[in-house]
Ligand binder design. Structure first.
Ligand code: NDP
Length: 261
């Protein structure tokens, strides 16, 4: 009922084979009014790492597993084309740029290679995939009634982090992760730019902090994160269902609170 307002016909989630991405896919499939198509993108759809997605797909014919390596522009183009094919004439309502990596380095041992790899994955990937999906998002926006922005119409959700908030610098003592913080601060700026550029096309754009979540990434240090994947995803879907024109270009957390840039 929390998600009653979220009525998505099609959604594409990246990094969908584990962690928060897999949790998102599970909860979309479990909705009382599930999407007609849930596109779960991952690097190796046929491999062992996608086992859970394969199990889900055997029970849910509306789940389509799509190969996607977000650091490879050709793979991004192919994934968008594959989604478009499956959708036939209709558009894509929701793109969730969730795939991401973190390198647990300190300020002193960050390297060019880390900086580039993390930026390419966390920032450039979402830029290029959003570009590639824009025609499909536009189509969804045009095909829906009314002009008000919403996730049920067309939206890009970028999975960011309070670690990239310049005001919060969340969990600094837990890890410097400079490459990660810079990539998410840049992703936040990308989100703002997308909101300005895509508003005219009816596409809402928001950056989300999922909380500190019990996933491989969240649990990489010695402490146990406080938030489960299910709690985080449930919170974020509730937030998505509530987004309007007012929130496009903002940075929110999984409980709907504004995160300072
Ligand atoms: P995980 O490490 O558990 O999962 C990361 C996912 O991203 C995996 O599916 C992984 O696929 C995929 N991925 C990584 N690199 C690529 C790539 N080059 N191409 C395609 N897919 C890729 O992370 P979480 O689930 O915890 O994180 C999801 C998002 O949430 C990230 O953007 C992260 O920064 C953000 N976040 C997480 C927090 C947390 O506490 N967990 C806190 C704040 C933000 P593969 O299995 O192939 O590696």
């Amino acid at each position: 009922s929390d998600m009653a307002g979220l009525c998505v016909r099609s959604v594409l989630v990246t990094g969908a084979n584990r962690g928060i991405g897999l949790g998102l896919v599970r909860q979309f499939l479990g909705m009382p009014n599930p999407p007609e198509w849930v596109f779960a993108a991952c690097r190796d759809p046929k491999g062992q790492r996608a086992q859970e997605l394969q199990n889900l797909a055997s029970r849910h014919p509306n789940l389509v597993i799509i190969p996607l390596e977000v650091t490879d522009p050709a793979s991004i183009k192919a994934a968008a084309a594959r989604v478009g094919e499956q959708l036939g004439g209709s558009g894509l309502n929701l793109l969730i740029n969730n795939a991401g990596i973190a390198k647990m380095n300190s300020l002193d041992n960050e390297t060019l290679e880390n900086m580039m790899q993390v930026y390419t994955t966390n920032t450039v990937g979402p830029l290029l995939l959003s570009q590639a999906c824009l025609p499909l998002l536009k189509k969804a926006a045009q095909g829906s009634l009314g002009s008000a922005l919403s996730c049920s119409k067309a939206a890009i959700i970028n999975m960011s982090s309070s670690a990239g908030s310049i005001e919060e610098v969340y969990l600094w003592n837990y890890g410097h992760v400079v490459s990660y913080r810079c990539s998410k601060a840049a992703l936040n700026m990308l989100t703002k730019c997308q909101s300005l550029g895509y508003r005219q096309h009816g596409v809402l754009c928001v950056a989300l902090h999922p909380g500190w979540v019990q996933t491989d990434m969240g649990s990489a240090g010695s402490q146990k994160p406080p938030v489960t994947v299910d709690e985080s995803v449930q919170g974020m879907l509730k937030v998505l269902s509530s987004l309007t024109e007012k929130e496009t270009g903002t940075f929110l957390d999984w409980e709907g609170k504004v995160v300072p840039w």
